[in-house]
Structure formats: structure tokens, C-alpha cells
Design a protein. Sequence first.
Length: 318
Amino acid sequence: MFLFLVKVSKTCTFFSFHFSTLSKRSKRLVHDAKLRTDWILFRFGFLETDRIGVVTKNGNFRIKLPGPNDRTEILPNSLDGRKLASLINEPSDDYRKKLIAHLLFIFHFKETKLHIEGCFVKPLTEFFLWDLRKTFDFFAFGSLTSVLISSEDLKFLLENIRSNGCYLGIRIDDANFKYRKALEYETFSAFNGVKWLDTDGILQRNPKMKQLCLEGLEEKQINDLLKQWINGQVTDLESLRVHTWKHYRADVILDGIVTMDPTITHEQAKGVYDRQEIKGQLLNIQRKVDGQLATVLLNDEEYFVVMWNEKRLAELGN
């Protein structure tokens, strides 16, 4: 245990953690000190052992959260969550809940992130972490492999887990299910097909959304999204991106849409779209209500729309 404490106390962050476990008063003192850490990342349902990642100005560290039957060796570059939790003199039926609750109380994280993959312990609605936190800065579910979930689980996630950014790589077990409510995110990405998402009127349902990225839409859906923006009211949308699964016909995508010469050159587009090379066609569309311009990049892989504002135009130097 002594060697373990030496390991835990290598940095100011670990020393603060150890000090916070000594008494209720010391726990409150560490909390009141408002120690700032960059971010905490919870990783559950991966093939490897569940873990917590923490990034601080003093360095990064990983805390492994092995299950009751997990005999995986905890390597020297990681900490054993069971041992850390044993230092906390508080009752709990789950050491993970005790440890996470303690970390969230004593430290002030600039960002809190959650990544869940397909090996999570079901049912999702009873996941232990929800007892401690349902609000994150970023939430990803199925970012590595497509995860099959029920429509009820999806509704639970979208309506109960709050986050600035959300990434979903999921499939739904109900082919007829359509989600039609507002999405309370600034950035939203959905991959592996989004037949479960009703895209009719989605831009007006989500006026505060800044970035929307979808995969596997039909040609007419992409056409409709462009028309929603052109004919809609002023929103906060800064970019709209659609990844394609097959060759789409530009004449169908642009049917009924008036286009203009692009605001940017292909060379400028490299920086705007973060590409080493720009493949495809650039063209402008315009919103009717206020005349705002947007540039569309069309190619065989994606349709990427960037909305222009004064700040972005000033950065171009045009």
C-alpha cells in the first residue's frame, strides 16, 4: 500500500486526491480549492477494461475500472480504481460509483466526456453512471463499431443525457421508428445510417444547433435539407455535412435550387474544409430571409455546406 500511495502522490493532482480521502473536512478543503483539470473521459463498453482518463496540467493518467470477474493485469502506466476507491471512507455498493462521485466532487473539470461502445452492460437505462451524472460536454455512443439498440434506449439517450456535442454510431431494432423531437445539442453527428431520424423540418426544430453531420441519407433528403436552409428562418447553423454511401446525382441533389459562383477558391477551400486537396464542385446557395450565403462542396464522398458570417469572411480576407 505504501508503494501504491507513493505512485498516487507523484503529482499535485494525486496528492490532492489522497488528501481529500483523509476526512470530510479535507474533502471539502480540496473541493473549495477549485483545482482545475483539463478534462475527464469515461470509457465504457470497449473490448478493454473500462477506464477513466484524466488530463491535467501536471500530466495525464488512466484509472482502470475492472469488473468483479475481470482478472486483467493493471499495468504500471495505469491506476487500479479499486485501490483508489478503498481510500475513500464512504459506504457504497459499487466502488466505481464511489470513486467517480468523489472525483467529480473534489475536482473542477473544464470538460467532461463520455464514450460508450457495444460491450456495455445492458440495460442502458439502468447504467450506473446515470445515478451520478447525466450532463456532459461531449457524448459518443458507437464511435468505433455500429451498436444495435432499441428505440426506447435511443429515446432515453436523446431525451435524458445532456451534452454540447453528440456522436451516435447506432442502428435501431425497429425499422419503422422515426425520432421527430428536437435534438438539444450544439453539434450532432449520426453515422451507420440514420433512417431512425426524421429529417423533415430538422433545421427549424433545432435553431441553436451549430454543426450537423449525417451519413447515408437519400438524394431527396439532401435536397430537402438544402431547401430547408434556403427557405428557413435565421438559425445558428454553421455547417451541414452529409457522408454518402454511393454515387449521388448532383442534378437530383440540386433540383429546384438556385446556385451561384462560390465565395472561395479551391485553394481557400483547403483551409475552410480542412482538406489537403479539394475534390469535386464548389458552389454557393443563399438563404432568402436575410441573404446569407453558404458554400457547398459536392463530391462522391460527401456534401459539405459551410455557412458564411462576417467573422468567417473576415478570416478569408476577401
